[in-house]
Design a protein around this ligand. Sequence first.
Ligand code: AMP
Ligand code: ZN
Length: 471
Amino acid sequence: MPVFLYNTMSRSLETFQPMQGNEVGLYSCGPTVYNYAHIGNLRTFLFEDLLKRTLQVSGFTVNHVMNITDVGHLTGDGDEGEDKIEKMANQTHKTVWEIAQFYTDAFFNDYDALNLIRPKVVCKATDHIQQMIDLIKRLEDGGHTYVSGGNVYFSIDSIPDYGKLARLDLSSLQTAVREDVQADDNKKNSKDFVLWFTKSKHGEQAMMWDSPWGRGFPGWHIECSAMSMYYLGESFDIHCGGIDAIPVHHTNEIAQSEAATGKEWVKYWMHGEFLLDETGKMSKSKGEFLTLSLLKSKGFDPMDYRYFCLGGHYRSQLKFSFEALETAKTARSNVYDRIRRMLAAGAKNTSLDGEKALEYKNAFLEHIQHDLNSPRALADLWGVLKDDTLSIDEKYSLAMFFDQVFGLGLQTIEKPEEESFPEEALALLQKRVEAKKEKNWALADSLRSELDAMGFMVKDSPAGSSLEKKM
Ligand code: AMP
Ligand code: ZN
């Protein structure tokens, strides 16, 4: 079955076809490690995980590369402000290296807690300064750069198609030139961007390297171009990130990468929409912000948040509220309970060849392969769980298959040690045993109905009567 993905570049759904056989080169912009990730950031990483899992279940091998931005990401997108990590280090009297390491570790704690499959390569910007310098030299040789005020800039007028991803109207940008000049009057065009800084607004900073243009540090955009090409080649299949990266970060990544190589850089561009809070866009600059740890401290499991995100399509905005998370938690717990009960009843993961089971499997694949329609795929899971024409083995096996994509940790659920029943149910069972002894069949029947309404089946056997939870 083909996989259809929405390509931001063409603004349309396309049939996914990797450049080489079944191997997929996937690059995703990683975190800037100056603070904890907020749950909005995590939504984007969840979308990328869903993409990766969908491709894997569809038979592709995914070579996933993700960077860690530990230098060069300024507080403003237009090369203004100061390095986010330097700023945090100064505020907290820590070294930049301590800040970067601390928040990288915190990020991967969240990553693992959310059951995100780790990328094949995680690359730190500070470990790839040479690759960035080499790429800037290549751009310089091609006549795409200029030095002004000590910094090296990329000239967007040196290429014919700047802004094609965001479909920027360059004529209207010229107005912005004048307004922006104050921000950095070294720029010939306001949309030119820095490849290498030797002068930052705040002068010297801790992270600096020697370069042909002087001691300094790289711009944020060149990091992703240099590292993705280093690990995935000069052209690769998919590049993804959050929707906010389209107008500046990804636009500039494309400009410099294609200017350097002269060929199309990335075949499919995919972007996750934003998670919104009650005030609108989620942002770390608002002071206290929503983190996975905060959700945990309020009694939620990371899988509740994962389930919540799966309930929205990645290209739609999703509004976060604790009520909505509560609903996801109830549903997720319900799925877990059902799986536990199946295991208690001896369910096994078997091959799916029954007609009805195959129908469910195919419907699920069709939905998830249609631009990662996770809400429809979740509905498929519920269809399976509630369909009593399927055997327990079929239900369980389908749930395990679906979970390769959902990543809700259903495979890790263990068979319950021993069925435990509430005191009240056990007392009713005992009463029924006595009613039967006294041949009071009417009472025995009404007790059976009462237990049934509570969700328990009474099993009578020569060895006596026992309870079983209903599926
Ligand atoms: P950062 O660590 O700031 O570089 O951001 C990491 C990722 O989170 C980027 O891909 C952003 O596009 C994405 N992102 C930022 N804010 C949100 C949000 N509110 N919802 C979803 N993704 C976001
Ligand atoms: Zn990037």
